[in-house]
Design a protein around this ligand. Structure first.
Ligand code: IPM
Ligand code: MG
Length: 362
């Protein structure tokens, strides 16, 4: 059976890191007869330059037909002055919304080889394994009304709306409880229920549906406290579930616990498990084109694709194991480099993962 993967490299370091993930997938495709087919499309600034739209119709058709999407990153200085409606980020938000990818899984796992790369003490982060489940198609990112208006006194006023309907909260809640069930069965729901009515409802619904998951221990935490606890004692967390904006912020914090944002993959899933897979870091325009970006987050995103959309857990395990082996071989891109290691380029890191696959057990 063929499986079609839409490949959207995007901007900045996007094309460089996606090339390495494809290298890994192509190797496995040939080695294990996976029947993967790749079709490239435009998104973000690259799409804007070609079509004046960050998420053109051809890309919409492509992602709708595909079984899964692999994305690099979007955005860059070049497009920052564009109208917000056609900025590269709108392409990504459009894609998430068009495919209704409401459940965003952002694992933060510390590879023991990188314990020294974290800015936190090794004992604080050793063994870290957190899963952040971020609501991705609602909340303040999409709420209406929004905009900048001119008040009667002539002053400008910017406004956005935080909205969550019961069904949206339920949907992400069930998704998070099911993930917690497969992990250590502890779910922490993060909100700001002491101030925001919308997240008071969030807390209420999470508590209500928890009765359907008696094996999962639910706790609640305010977002300010959660951000503090993440750097104070991150290992207290197993699975976290939160709103779109809080998840955006907390997942960047969690990424640094692991040493580098260049290590963190993500999966964005719809109700049927169709998904889009992307590293959580951005397009890093400051280092684009230099061949120094870390491709591991994208390669690990490809592993998540195998696990969540194609139900090929053994292939996912193989990729994750190969990443481990590459780190064991002491090759490091600049972001995770430390003394005594071998500094490698983006493509050399991809090669290291492929040679680990070649030598690893099947
Ligand atoms: C992320 C990014 C995006 C977001 C941007 C690029 C729109 O920060 O995936 O976390 O805010 O969701
Ligand atoms: Mg972000």
């Amino acid at each position: 059976m063929t499986q079609k993967i839409a490949v959207l490299p995007g901007d900045g370091i996007g094309p460089e890191i996606v090339t390495e993930a494809i290298k890994v997938l192509e190797y496995l495709n040939a080695d294990m007869n996976l029947g993967l087919e790749f079709e490239h499309g435009l998104i973000g600034g690259a799409a804007y330059d070609a079509t004046k739209l960050p998420f053109p119709d051809a890309t919409i058709d492509l992602v709708k037909q595909a079984d899964a999407v692999l994305l690099g990153a979007v955005g860059g200085y070049k497009w920052e002055s564009l109208d917000i409606a056609v900025r590269p980020e709108k392409g990504l938000l459009g894609l998430r919304s068009e495919l209704q990818l409401f459940s965003n899984l952002r694992p933060a796992i510390l590879y023991p080889q990188l314990a020294g790369a974290s800015t936190l003490k090794p004992e604080v982060v050793a063994g870290l394994d957190i899963m952040i489940v971020r609501e991705l198609t609602g909340g303040i990112y999409f709420g209406q009304p929004r905009g900048v208006r001119v008040l009667e006194n002539g002053e400008k006023q910017g406004y956005n709306t935080l909205v969550y309907s019961e069904s949206e909260i339920r949907r992400i809640g069930h998704s998070a409880f099911k993930i917690a069930q497969k992990r250590n069965k502890r779910l922490c729901s993060v909100d700001k229920a002491n101030v925001l009515e919308c997240t008071e409802l969030w807390r209420e619904i999470m508590t209500e549906i928890s009765t359907e998951y008696p094996d999962v221990e639910l706790s609640h935490m305010y977002v300010d406290n959660a951000s503090m606890q993440l750097v104070r004692a991150p290992k207290q967390f197993d699975t976290m579930v939160t709103t779109n904006m809080f998840g955006d912020i907390l997942s960047d914090t969690a990424s640094m616990l692991t040493g580098s944002i260049g290590m963190l993959p993500s999966a964005s899933l719809d109700v049927d498990g169709k998904g889009m897979y992307e590293p959580i870091h951005g397009s890093a325009p400051d280092i684009a084109g230099q061949g120094i970006a870390n491709p591991l987050a994208t390669i690990l995103s490809a592993a998540m694709m195998m696990r969540y959309t194609f139900n090929q857990a053994s292939v996912a395990d193989r990729i994750e194991q190969a990443v481990n082996m590459a780190l064991d071989a002491n090759v490091r891109t600049t972001d995770i480099y430390s003394e005594g290691m071998q500094k490698v380029s983006t493509s050399e890191m991809g090669d290291a993962v492929v040679s680990a696959l070649q030598s690893g057990e099947k």
